[in-house]
Write a protein of this length. Sequence first.
Length: 57
Amino acid sequence: MIFEFVMKIFNYIIFHLMDIIMVVGICWGIGWIILFVRKRIKKIKERIKDEGDKEEM
């Protein structure tokens, strides 16, 4: 009886642990993508700025 109860709790934790890991993983992934995109935009802006400076010269 106690063993079954422990197994139920264990299964519940594992089942929800997968959900938690999935949610955390998705949030982390989105954060990483935003960071990456911001870096890319910064580089592109700097490149446009450099092009503008070259045209002025």
